[in-house]
Design a protein around this ligand. Structure first.
Ligand code: NAD
Ligand code: DAU
Length: 338
């Protein structure tokens, strides 16, 4: 039996990871530590069976983290907990620095004290910044653009420093854009799907030609499971879907699946510091035996269908904190365009 601490497991990727691990590793005891910010909900794990416990708590609260590590002798720690939305980081960076940097450090101190077998830091391809052509490898320089990306880069560097300084057995993943079920409808794919279902405008930043590399969340979770078991300690692993698309192409595919009109796309002011294109090489991960299994067209169609079938879930979110955020962030959508 392995005792596994998953932080941020009530969010999008973390909840998918817990579901998958509960199925793949029935011998695991999974403890989910999550602060339940606006982005997290225990609804995301409803119906989960197996040896699973939820603890509400903040990874930056050292008393909470120390008490938890005192209660369980963890074998593995997988740190998903983070503030994750670029636009929110631009409006207000403070929570990002607190959770993504200080929270990561708080966890690492507990890990160092207790001596776990493996700590996995979930990071992002955004730490490399934009790439006009080609793709970034794990040893490419870090040039984060947004406060979100900078906080993830800083947290990840603290993780690597613990390996070099104390020999803490860490692995860092840097994945590209995930999509799939249970994603909070502030990110472009679930926002576009749910707005389109309700015949609301789909906000498109700039010229809509920014490129992201789409990775189905299940492929990301399988990669994380692999590096947890077979990744080399101290190493960084990129995880990319190898499926690049412009934002316009993604929203057009969503509209086509829903039989909605392209006229729903509404061009709005660009995101400050908006990275044009992300791309990473995944040779290190592929050498361990991983390859993405979900083709983007098929995964996107499945995702649209999932949101149609789970409208109760996202309508509850959209009737809460989301509304004030949306009104604030997309105020210009309300204004008449000349
Ligand atoms: P999310 O915003 O859906 O979920 C984040 C979760 O962390 C929420 O449940 C939230 O309540 C929890 N959380 C936030 N602050 C916390 C704190 N101080 N203590 C404990 N819990 C806290 O995010 P996501 O999209 O699932 O991303 C998960 C991780 O994966 C993040 O580290 C993110 O940087 C990384 N990542 C995400 C993507 C993506 O496309 N979604 C891509 C690359 C990397
Ligand atoms: O690359 C990995 C990263 O992907 C993760 O680390 C982040 O946590 C995750 O949020 C995501 O960041 P992005 O900024 O790429 O995701 P987002 O969905 O916010 O935006 C995707 C693209 O769509 C980006 O070019 C901005 C654009 N966009 C986004 C929104 C919310 C729009 O045009 N309109 C919008 O309303």
């Amino acid at each position: 039996m392995k005792r596994v601490l998953v932080t941020g497991g009530a969010g999008f990727v973390g909840s998918n990871f817990i579901r998958m691990m509960a199925a793949h590793h029935p011998d695991w005891r999974i403890i989910n530590l999550d602060a339940l910010t606006y982005a997290g909900s225990t609804d995301n794990l409803k119906g989960l069976s197996g040896d699973y416990a939820f603890v509400r708590g903040d990874i930056a609260d050292s008393a909470c983290v120390t008490a938890l590590f005192g209660q369980y002798a963890f074998d593995y720690v997988v740190n998903f907990a983070a503030e994750t939305h670029v636009d929110r980081s631009i409006a207000s960076p403070q929570d990002f620095i607190r959770t993504d940097v200080l929270g990561t450090h708080t966890l690492l101190e507990a890990v160092r004290e207790q001596g776990v077998a493996r700590y996995v830091q979930i990071s992002t391809d955004e730490v490399y910044g934009s790439v006009a052509a080609g793709a970034f490898a794990e040893d490419s320089p870090l040039r984060p653009s947004s406060p979100y990306a900078a906080s993830k880069a800083a947290g990840g560097l603290v993780v690597q420093s613990f390996y070099r300084t104390y020999g803490t057995p860490v692995v860092v993943t840097r994945s590209s854009n995930n999509y799939g079920p249970w994603q909070y409808p502030e990110k472009i794919i679930p926002l576009s799907i749910t707005n389109a279902i309700d015949d609301q405008a789909l906000p498109m930043y700039g010229d809509g030609l920014n490129v992201r590399d789409w990775l189905h969340v299940e492929d990301n979770c399988a990669a994380i499971d692999l590096v947890l078991h077979r990744g080399e300690v101290g190493e960084v692993y990129n995880i990319g879907g190898g499926q690049e698309a412009t934002n316009l192409a993604v929203t057009e595919a969503i509209l086509a699946r829903l039989h909605k009109d392209r006229g729903l796309i509404r061009f709005v002011a660009d995101r400050p510091g908006h990275d044009r294109r992300y791309a990473v090489t995944c040779d290190k991960l592929k050498a361990l035996g991983w390859t993405p299994s979900v083709a983007f067209a098929e995964g996107l169609a499945r995702t649209v269908d999932w949101y149609i079938a789970h409208s109760e879930w996202w309508r509850r979110i959209k009737s809460g904190e989301w509304r004030a955020y949306y009104a604030r962030h997309y105020a210009e959508l309300e204004e008449p365009r000349t």
